[in-house]
Design a protein around this ligand. Structure first.
Ligand SMILES: Nc1ncnc2c1ncn2[C@@H]1O[C@H](COP(=O)(O)OP(=O)(O)O)[C@@H](O)[C@H]1O
Ligand SMILES: [Mg+2]
Length: 143
């Protein structure tokens, strides 16, 4: 058996499709509702929902479709919200450059990934060209 010291337990899980511009608002709203339900403060809630908007938009703009998995998570005494964005789009050719900020293949600001990363407590990205992209973010509730 493999027990991680910082094992995160999933308390609830909801999968939402991303396939239109409107889904940016729909997913954002659902994440905000989870943060409010769990009693996140206004700053944490805004940070999480802003990151969620950016990452949902990335799926829509750069990959056209995918899913967002919304989870309430617990880690020892902490409660948090984890959102995982998965797509089978083109993947990110130069991940380091995309994460540095100011780089965009869509001729937009190129601050979605770098900005989101700063707004959350945990940020994990996995991308393979021709295979797709997965981004996972976690925001913990302040004690
Ligand atoms: N889900 C994704 N699939 C493919 N490429 C992506 C994805 N998310 C981000 N990228 C790539 O990383 C770049 C930077 O993303 P981001 O910082 O959000 O800026 P922007 O969306 O304004 O271009 C994008 O221009 C794109 O090339
Ligand atoms: Mg973006």
């Amino acid at each position: 058996m493999n027990v991680e010291p910082d094992a995160v337990e999933s308390l609830s899980r909801r999968e939402m499709p991303i396939g239109s511009e409107d889904d940016v608002v729909v997913v954002r709203r659902a994440v905000r509702a989870l943060a409010q339900k769990r009693g996140f403060n206004a700053f944490a809630s805004a940070a999480l929902t802003t990151a969620t908007s950016e990452l949902t938009r990335n799926v829509w703009v750069h990959a056209r479709k995918g899913i967002a998995i919304l989870e309430e998570v617990a880690d020892g005494g902490r409660i948090g919200v984890r959102v995982t964005f998965e797509d089978e789009g083109p993947g990110i050719v130069d991940l380091e450059r995309a994460l540095a900020g100011g780089f965009s293949t869509a001729r937009t600001m190129g601050l979605g990934l770098s900005g989101s990363r700063r707004l959350v407590d945990a940020f994990r990205i996995d991308s393979a060209v021709g295979r797709g992209t997965t981004v996972e973010i976690v925001k913990w509730k302040e004690p």
